[in-house]
Design a protein around this ligand. Structure first.
Ligand SMILES: Nc1ncnc2c1ncn2[C@@H]1O[C@H](COP(=O)(O)OP(=O)(O)OP(=O)(O)O)[C@@H](O)[C@H]1O
Length: 343
């Protein structure tokens, strides 16, 4: 039968939203941020990168909001505005071509939160909505053989959540979702700099420090950089040099929580699957996988091979889109929670 609709996989992430279109690959990538007028109209003024530039710099009548927190919808209306904007920007809607969309959710979300994600996507113009657990999408997008009767281990470290899962035969055998990921590392850097140096820095500066000189493990190539903030004693702007070693100390607590979650899941893994994991190792996805030295630290702590996926930031969106391309494969159908609702 002629199918006039186009298919999309969406990674509606806490930090970034990505869209994968069937046959075209990743066609859209923007920060999940909306700047709105701070009055009763709640008029959107900027969405995506333009809005991210405004975080921490807006005048009183404008607020830059990240509508998703810890991987779930914290502000439904703003999420809907954002989704509508993103879907329309990436895909010109018309009567025949409302897209079928697969969206991902962290494995810890409640059914109410899942419903909210589904609803926001229908309202943004989808014809059908399929929901897929984030670690499953990440594993498919990283090219792991999720349909095989063999265990694969995925650790997806995003902005708001870290999902650790063992997958076999198209299903999740064991999993843990932590609300500790990239954002928490940024907050730990802000707190450390404030506590050690009485210097107040913003979340965006902290993220920049983490990306430029941050590391989870001492690999012998430490760096340093100068950061700008406000001195809490004098109230004046100040420049401070910081080193990789300091940032490693600042983020050690959340990094250790991620390592503990990995160990907990390994302990819960059935023996047959554990032996597969010993052979294949652990695959890291999500932006957090790019934290310098994290793969080495996990290898040291678990004694397992650790591989960073080829395009870690894209895996969830790619996996979500690939599911729609493979709806006839039983392993992939198992992975989906299919909603037949049509609007
Ligand atoms: N090179 C890097 N080093 C360390 N962290 C990084 C790097 N690049 C990106 N990140 C972090 O990755 C996070 C974003 O990752 P990603 O886009 O996978 O998250 P998300 O899918 O939006 O979040 P979630 O899955 O929690 O909803 C941010 O916290 C960002 O700071």
């Amino acid at each position: 039968m002629l199918n006039l609709s186009r298919d999309m996989g969406i990674d509606l992430g806490t930090a970034n939203t990505l869209i994968y279109e069937k046959g075209r690959g990743i066609t859209f990538r923007e920060p999940s941020v909306v700047a709105i007028k701070n009055d009763s109209s709640k008029r959107p003024l900027a969405v995506g990168s333009e809005a991210k530039q405004m975080i921490g710099k807006t005048p009183g009548d404008i607020v830059a909001i990240r509508p998703l927190r810890a991987g779930v919808i914290a502000d439904f209306d703003v999420t809907q505005i954002m989704m509508k904007h993103f879907i329309n920007k990436s895909f010109k809607r018309n009567f025949f071509t409302r897209p079928r969309i697969t969206a991902c959710y962290p494995s810890s979300v409640t059914s109410v939160e899942m419903k909210a994600i589904e609803e926001a996507i229908y309202l943004a113009g989808a014809k059908n909505v399929f929901l897929l657990p984030e670690p499953m999408a990440a594993a498919i997008g990283a090219g792991l053989p999720v349909e095989d009767p063999s265990g694969s281990m995925i650790v997806d470290i995003g902005g708001g959540t870290t999902d650790v899962a063992i997958i076999s035969l198209g299903g999740i055998v064991a999993n843990k979702s932590l609300q500790i990921a990239g954002d928490e590392l940024d907050s730990s850097i802000v707190s450390y700099i404030r506590k050690e140096y009485n210097l107040m820095i913003g979340d965006r500066t902290a993220e920049q420090v983490k990306i430029e000189i941050g590391s989870a493990y001492c690999t012998g190539d430490d760096k340093s950089m100068k950061i700008k903030g406000r001195d809490l004693v004098t109230g004046l702007p100040k420049i401070l040099p910081v080193t990789s070693a300091e940032i490693r100390e600042a983020i050690s607590e959340p990094v250790n929580s991620i390592i503990d979650a990995i160990k907990t899941i390994l302990e819960q893994t059935p023996p047959e699957l554990a032996s597969d994991i010993m052979d294949k190792g652990i695959t890291l996805t999500g932006g957090g996988a790019l934290l310098h030295g994290l793969d080495m630290l996990i290898r040291k702590e678990t004694d397992l091979k650790v591989t960073i996926a080829e395009t870690p930031l894209d895996c969830v969106a790619i996996g979500a889109g690939m599911v729609l391309e493979n709806l006839d494969k039983p392993g992939y159908i198992n992975a989906l929670s299919f909603s037949k609702k049509m609007k």
